[in-house]
Write a protein that binds this ligand. Structure first.
Ligand code: 5GP
Length: 205
């Protein structure tokens, strides 16, 4: 039987814009969406679980994954490595399931080179001041890391032009709804429906 490949959805945007919160709310509401768990060398934050939030790795382990070509993309971000395990993503879309990657912008651009047919969604803060507020209130960053993250965020905001969609995260529920409508519309693109239709036409009545 013909199986249409799943959608590869990339949710990206500056640090502190709320990608994590929006993505976990989306996962709760949309159980048919598979989530790609990244590998990182960053130490776990309180409450984070290995294999659920991230696969926590040493720098040596991560560098070995790069050498073995196990990562679909990877980036060094604020002094740590982050990367997407390749096989899980490829298997998921081959099985016809839709997968979402929540990654920063350098990595998103690398995915775009490999999967130009992916759906690239840029999550935006309502303003730069609001972004700074959110990073401060999360309270997990040192002053030095906050400055680095704000500088990175300004550069990251300029990357929006490479994306297919821009979603403002003014309220989590609204942002989630906007992303759900993007996914719904993308599932209905005629290019995805056409192969089924052509198959029907071949079948005898
Ligand atoms: P955090 O340390 O706050 O969890 O993540 C820092 C940044 O790394 C966030 O922007 C997050 O989206 C991004 N990130 C998480 N996983 C990956 C990944 O696999 N690849 C890339 N390129 N970025 C990631």
């Amino acid at each position: 039987m013909f199986v249409q490949k799943g959608l590869l959805i990339v949710l990206s945007g500056p640090s502190g814009v709320g990608k994590g919160t929006v993505c976990s709310q989306l996962r709760k509401e949309q159980s048919d969406l598979v989530y790609s768990v990244s590998a990182t060398t960053r130490p776990p934050r309180v409450g984070e679980v290995n294999g659920v939030n991230y696969f926590f790795k040493t720098r040596e382990e991560f560098e070995q994954m790069i050498k073995n070509n196990e990562l679909l993309e990877w980036a060094e971000y604020v002094g740590n490595y982050y990367g997407t395990p390749r096989k899980f993503v490829e298997d998921t879309i081959q099985q016809g399931k839709d997968i979402i990657l929540e990654i920063e912008v350098q990595g998103a651009l690398k995915v775009k080179q490999t999967y130009p047919e992916g759906i690239f969604i840029f999550l935006m803060p309502p303003s730069l001041a609001e972004l700074k507020n959110r990073i401060i209130h999360r309270g997990t960053e040192s002053d030095e890391s906050l400055i680095k993250r704000m500088n990175a965020a300004k550069e990251e905001l300029q990357m929006m032009k490479h994306y297919d969609y821009a979603v403002v995260n003014d309220e989590v529920n609204k942002a989630v709804k906007r992303i759900q409508s993007i996914i719904e519309a993308e599932r209905l693109r005629k290019e995805r429906i056409l192969p089924y239709y052509e198959q029907w036409l071949k079948e005898e009545l």
